[in-house]
Write a protein that binds this ligand. Structure first.
Ligand code: SF4
Length: 484
């Protein structure tokens, strides 16, 4: 509100195109505000909202009449950390719940402080379908838990509120490390790497949902609506490679959240990781449900030539009606099969992941999925049986009763039968395969599919993917001087 709060530089983008030739100061509209938790990006934030909402609304109306879109920018503290947003439309962003941190101009990206509202971000990513989760369970770590007040339960958002409430928010985080040591004996790879937390694909069964609680969000819709971006991913990975103690060992991308979810189209962090792995000839494995991976076919093909990459494509169902409800923002089934085909044609080893199999809902599709994927070029088949850990049980139960009320109980009971009477099972080795009659039936269907459709089987009766080459890294290690 004061001249002390003037914007450093306001950039305008008419119809999503950045224009850098304007340097305008909006002293009167320079409204700092306290960011709600979903948008808070720094330790300090200031001011309330109140009448600033009105100012923001009026401002937007004026700018809209002029045919101009205005983007908020971030203030930073002395350490360069973002503290609050200062913009003539920042208050409006609160109303809309659509503040997003994204694709800022290059010089701002380097400082990691760019903020842009989700309107222009959405225009870059394109139209996306509905959400998977239908509710937002309490965060188990919150001091205050929400309760439903029956007399207010009937209050519904109006159409405009609903539209705004459905926007995805992007929050920039500043991790100090990027690699997680994989200690689970039933998970392949040595290191896990996830450039994003939360996943916009919104699969209702996603086992990663409860991890959003650690970031202060719900495992329900928050998981798919609030995406945390680790923009320093590539720098942190290069720093890890540069350590003299670093031993090359496959890094698993997307062990937690999909590295090709929609925001990757803008951020290109996964591509940055692939470029780094190619530069240092480091082995890497990826798993995805999105066709955006085709963008990186060039890099993946180079890595594949040196036996440095495996790709797993996860296909849950071939039924598009079901997929749109179950995992609404993933690629369609035909697109996933196309991904397998095009990557295989480029010489990239592809594994089909039928994950997860939901007994009573998708288990009958195993042969058809295996046939379609192996015909397209998949060389190996893996699977998991769904397990509904933590809040995922509530999210999935709600989803099943809403979309398949006639079958919901049967599906949930079969899931329980696979996990010893519970919705989930945390025992290594058993949690992914389940036990009991249904689990055994599924295992034999997978075995049949492998025998029938895979071109080559190993000693355990599985498909064959080339061994990772971990030796090359020694020649290309950071700081290594090539001998020849
Ligand atoms: S694509 Fe993977 S990480 Fe994303 S929501 Fe679905 S299961 Fe979870």
């Amino acid at each position: 509100m004061t001249s002390g709060h003037v914007l450093e530089k306001v950039r305008y983008g008419g119809r999503g195109v950045w224009r850098e030739d304007l340097d305008v100061r909006f002293g009167i509209w320079d409204v700092g505000y306290r960011m709600p938790r979903a948008e808070r990006v720094g330790p300090r934030a200031s001011h309330g909202i109140g009448y600033r909402m009105l100012i923001g609304t009026l401002t937007r109306a004026i700018l809209a009449a002029l045919g101009v879109a205005c983007e908020p920018v971030v203030r930073q503290d002395r350490q360069g950390r973002p503290t609050s947003v200062a913009s003539n439309i920042s208050a409006l962003s609160i109303i809309n719940c659509q503040l997003s941190i994204i694709n800022c101009p290059p010089e701002r990206s380097e400082q990691g402080i760019g903020i842009q509202n989700s309107k222009s971000m959405n225009s870059k990513i394109g139209r996306r379908p509905q959400r998977g989760a239908l509710n937002n369970p309490n965060n188990r770590f919150d001091a205050h838990q929400k309760v439903v007040i029956p007399e207010l339960e009937d209050r519904r958002l109006n159409a405009e509120e609903e539209k705004l409430d459905n926007k995805t928010k992007y929050v920039l985080t500043h991790p100090k490390t990027i690699l997680n040591k994989i200690t689970s004996p039933d998970v392949p790879g040595t290191w896990g790497l996830n450039p994003y937390q939360g996943c916009e694909h919104g699969c209702t069964y996603c086992f990663a949902r409860p991890t959003h609680n650690y970031w202060g969000y719900s495992a329900g819709q928050d998981f798919e609506k609030v995406i945390l971006i680790k923009r320093n991913t590539v720098q942190l990975l290069e720093a890890a490679f540069a350590k003299t103690s670093w031993q090359a060992s496959p890094i698993m991308m997307s062990g937690n959240t999909d590295c090709y979810q929609p925001i990757e189209r803008v951020e290109k962090l996964t591509r940055g990781v692939l470029e780094l792995c190619w530069k240092y000839r480091h082995p890497i494995a990826l798993i995805t449900k999105n066709r955006l991976i085709l963008r990186d076919t060039d890099l993946l093909a180079k890595l594949a030539k040196e036996n440095l990459v495996h790709v797993a494509v996860s296909v849950t169902t071939l039924d598009e009606t079901l997929r749109r409800k179950l995992e609404p923002r993933t690629a369609s089934a035909p697109q996933k099969i196309e991904v397998i085909k095009r990557l295989s044609e480029a010489g990239i080893p592809v594994r089909l992941m039928i994950a997860p199999i939901i007994p009573g809902l998708t288990d009958h599709e195993i042969p058809a999925i295996a046939k379609a994927a192996c015909t397209a070029g998949a060389r190996s088949i893996s699977y998991t049986i769904v397990r509904l850990n933590g809040d995922v049980a509530e999210v999935f139960r709600d989803w099943a009763h809403t979309h398949y009320p006639d079958r919901a109980d049967r599906i949930l009971n079969r899931i329980k039968e696979c996990h010893g009477g519970s919705m989930s099972d945390s025992r290594f080795g058993i949690r992914q395969r389940g036990e009991g009659v249904y689990a055994e039936t599924i295992a034999s269907q997978i075995k049949l599919a492998r025998n029938r459709y895979l071109p080559e089987l190993n000693a355990e009766g599985r498909g064959v993917l080339p061994e990772f080459n971990t030796a090359l890294f020694e020649e290309y290690r950071p700081g290594q001087r090539k001998l020849f």
